[in-house]
Design a protein around this ligand. Structure first.
Ligand SMILES: Cc1cc2nc3c(=O)[nH]c(=O)nc-3n(C[C@H](O)[C@H](O)[C@H](O)COP(=O)(O)OP(=O)(O)OC[C@H]3O[C@@H](n4cnc5c(N)ncnc54)[C@H](O)[C@@H]3O)c2cc1C
Length: 397
């Protein structure tokens, strides 16, 4: 088959037929009949002029296709078609990789610790992805940038809030955005975007404000992290995304979400926890967090996390550099909590999310394996089953 194409579509199940997208389209690619509003793939230039004016988000749909869906077909759709599966088609796979390949490669690498193809939780909301890219970034405005870690901490971790203005930029908890650092690399080319997990929930850092937050650690000589950590209020930032369609919070209130993280790996879990707090404050004993850092003063969001009711969020902090105390890592906490974790491993609604430093993967895997073995479960088999069921997720970098 020929190389795949990317087609912009409008979801007929969400669209309120206000035709604001049609008015905004600069190339007359959007039209409608009495039933549907549709996009002509042969005319659409991905200028994104239609995106911000849509009040529902029905416009945030893309499919990779062999041939564009014709307008005549779209006019009678009752729902959008599923994404076609190109996974067995080598030529198509090459073409797919060419689309946003650097970002996809980063995400694939971040998710590879799961041991196979990542799958979204069955009850997760449908994410929007790739709305803004290198050629068409969104300019956000910094609303605040404050240091989360103590002044005497080795790590400078920042909570940065970005105002998205009037632009529709839907993100789900667990998704990431790209940040384009200004300037040129050593080859005189613009820097590639770096990925950062969104640490606020889908309805904004402040409920119903069109903003989001990031949790950024300053890396020695790091281009983008230093740029971000030095930003000041009202500075402009070029962002791309959103990205990621699998590391997502299950919406099922019966799901138990076990979160394991180090450092800025806490970012998506802040989003998960805040979403649950806002949406399901009365669901008890369904969130647990295993969080590792050197010392309490290095642990982002330590204060607020500690104030959460224990029956809403069970927290286990592991510190590896506390004066006079034995070093403790997240995997040690998993072992000390084996009674509760082994119960969770046997429940079909348990979801495990691991996020943070790549180095944590092996230790956590071994600890889960030990806990499983004690109850006669082969962790490698269970982990595969959970992954295929959309219940086991790793994002490490
Ligand atoms: C899915 C995903 C989500 C992420 N989420 C977050 C998040 O929420 N928060 C967060 O802080 N980070 C996150 N990251 C990491 C982030 O994307 C960046 O990788 C990180 O901030 C470093 O980028 P940088 O531009 O500052 O560093 P770079 O300039 O890319 O450098 C990276 C490191 O390499 C070193 N280095 C650079 N050049 C050289 C050289 N020539 N020789 C030797 N060493 C060199 C630097 O000192 C630095 O420590 C995420 C990554 C992924 C993949």
């Amino acid at each position: 088959m020929s190389a795949p194409l990317k087609q912009h579509l409008i979801d007929p199940e969400i669209c309120i037929r206000c035709y604001s997208c049609e008015a905004a389209c600069t190339v007359q690619a959007i039209s409608h009949n009495d039933d549907n509003v549709v996009v002509d793939g042969t005319k659409c230039e991905f200028c994104m002029a239609c995106i911000p004016v849509c009040p529902t988000g029905s416009i945030d749909e893309w499919r990779v296709v062999e041939n564009y869906y014709p307008v005549e077909d779209q006019l009678i759709w009752l729902e959008l078609p599923q994404q076609q599966d190109f996974s067995n088609d080598d030529e198509a796979a090459v073409g797919l990789d060419a689309i946003d390949d650097s970002i996809q490669a980063l995400l694939d690498k971040a998710h590879e610790g799961a041991g196979g193809k990542a799958i979204a939780p069955q009850s997760a909301s449908k994410p929007s992805i790739n709305l803004f890219n290198l050629g068409n970034p969104l300019t956000a405005i910094v609303q605040g940038n404050f240091r989360l870690t103590d002044k005497d901490s080795n790590g400078d971790v920042r909570h940065i809030i970005l105002d998205l203005g009037q632009t529709h930029f839907p993100v789900l908890e667990g998704q990431s955005i790209g940040i384009i650092p200004p300037g040129l690399d050593e080859n005189g080319k613009p820097f590639l975007p770096r990925l950062y997990s969104v640490s606020s929930p889908r309805d904004g850092e402040r409920p119903n404000y069109n903003n989001l937050s990031l949790t950024v650690k300053r890396e020695p000589d790091g281009v983008c992290s230093n740029y971000l950590c030095d930003l000041e209020k009202d500075d402009e930032v070029k962002i791309t995304g959103p990205f990621g369609s699998t590391f997502l919070l299950p919406n099922d209130p019966a799901a138990h979400v076990m979160m394991i993280c180090t450092g800025t790996g806490s970012a998506p879990f802040r989003g998960f926890t805040m979403r649950r707090q806002r949406e399901m404050p009365n669901v008890k004993n369904s969130l647990s967090l295993y969080f590792g850092a050197r010392r309490p003063q290095d642990l982002p969001y330590f204060g607020p996390l500690n104030k959460m009711p224990k029956d809403f969020l069970k927290t286990e902090f592991a510190f590896s550099r506390l004066d006079g105390q034995t070093k403790e890592y997240v995997q040690d906490k998993i072992r000390t909590q084996k009674a509760s974790i082994s119960k969770l491993l046997q429940q079909p609604n348990t979801h495990i999310f691991i996020c943070g430093l790549k180095e944590m993967e092996n230790g956590v895997d071994e600890a889960l394996s030990d806990v499983a073995r004690e109850i006669g479960i082969d962790w490698a088999i269970l982990r595969d089953e959970m992954r295929q069921d959309g219940r086991f997720h790793i994002e490490t970098y």
